[in-house]
Design a binder for this molecule. Structure first.
Ligand code: SAM
Length: 252
């Protein structure tokens, strides 16, 4: 996992959920999940693998609202314990969470209809190995759909490069090339940085006000941490160093 070691400790998760909404660890929270889900065919029998399922927000949405059968996989045991407990508390049946590294975990069935992921691949350095693996986890005709942070062409500004050194970011074009090399067809790559910036601005307004959309407050030290991070992310996006992209591809 490429990340600063304390990124997913309970204190950090509380901070992220305060701004992203309960069960979510991605910018835009449930709105980003709904928007991504609108781009893929999901019916009650659709079997989805959610890679880097975190606290389970997208899995819960896909299962409870869209009726899919969802398996979440996350490399952190703490995440899997928490998402499993939350699924049990809400009585959801068609969802389960597995602790494992998606690159090496042995799945009982490797014929998912959809492999789904939101903002998790930035933690996985070898995209060639990752995309080969995801290809083999899909049934023929199955779809891969994901969002990820992206980088602009060439070297970015110093503050961006320092931020990005914690992650493994590609340009959207490089991602599309890796997808095609892995054998995927119908590769669609949307630069969604505008949508990302809209989420960041809405989140920043809440951070500045000190109250989230549920009207909850947060410790001043956490608020300052979030303020600095969100201002940094916005500066990097405005400079063209950082972006966000959505991808869809089919296993022929
Ligand atoms: C930014 S969080 C996103 C969580 C969730 N998708 C969401 O949007 O709320 C990224 C997640 O990916 C997980 N992750 C990173 N590398 C992984 C790997 N190799 N296999 C499975 N999960 C991984 C992390 O543990 C973390 O929970």
């Amino acid at each position: 996992l490429t990340t600063s070691s304390d990124q997913y400790l309970p204190k950090s998760l509380h901070r992220y959920e305060w701004i992203f909404g309960r069960d979510f660890l991605n910018s835009g929270g449930i709105d980003a999940t709904k928007a991504l889900a609108a781009s893929v065919a999901i019916s009650p029998r659709t079997r989805i693998l959610d890679v880097g399922s975190g606290l389970g927000g997208s899995a819960f949405y896909l299962c409870s609202v869209r009726g899919a059968d969802v398996t979440g996989v996350d490399v952190l045991e703490s995440m899997v314990k928490e998402s499993t407990a939350r699924a049990a508390a809400s009585g959801l049946k068609n969802v389960r969470f597995i602790c494992g590294d998606v690159l090496i975990h042995h799945f009982e069935r490797a014929d998912f209809d959809v492999v789904w992921s939101q903002d998790a691949f930035l933690h996985i350095p070898d995209k060639r190995v990752l995309l080969d693996r995801l290809f083999r986890l899909l049934r023929p005709g199955g779809q891969l759909v994901f969002t990820d942070y992206a980088r602009g062409r060439g070297r970015g500004g110093d503050e961006f490069e320092e931020y990005a050194s914690n992650y493994a970011l590609l340009t959207p074009d490089d991602y599309a090339t890796y997808l095609k090399t892995a054998g995927f067809a119908d590769v669609a790559c949307d630069n969604a940085t505008e949508e990302f910036v809209k989420y960041l601005r809405e989140e920043l307004a809440q951070i500045e006000s000190g109250k989230n959309s549920a009207g909850e407050t947060i410790d001043e030290s956490d608020r300052r941490y979030l303020l600095e991070r969100w201002q940094l992310k916005l500066r990097c996006c405005e400079a063209g160093d950082m972006g966000w992209a959505k991808f869809r591809a089919t296993r022929p």
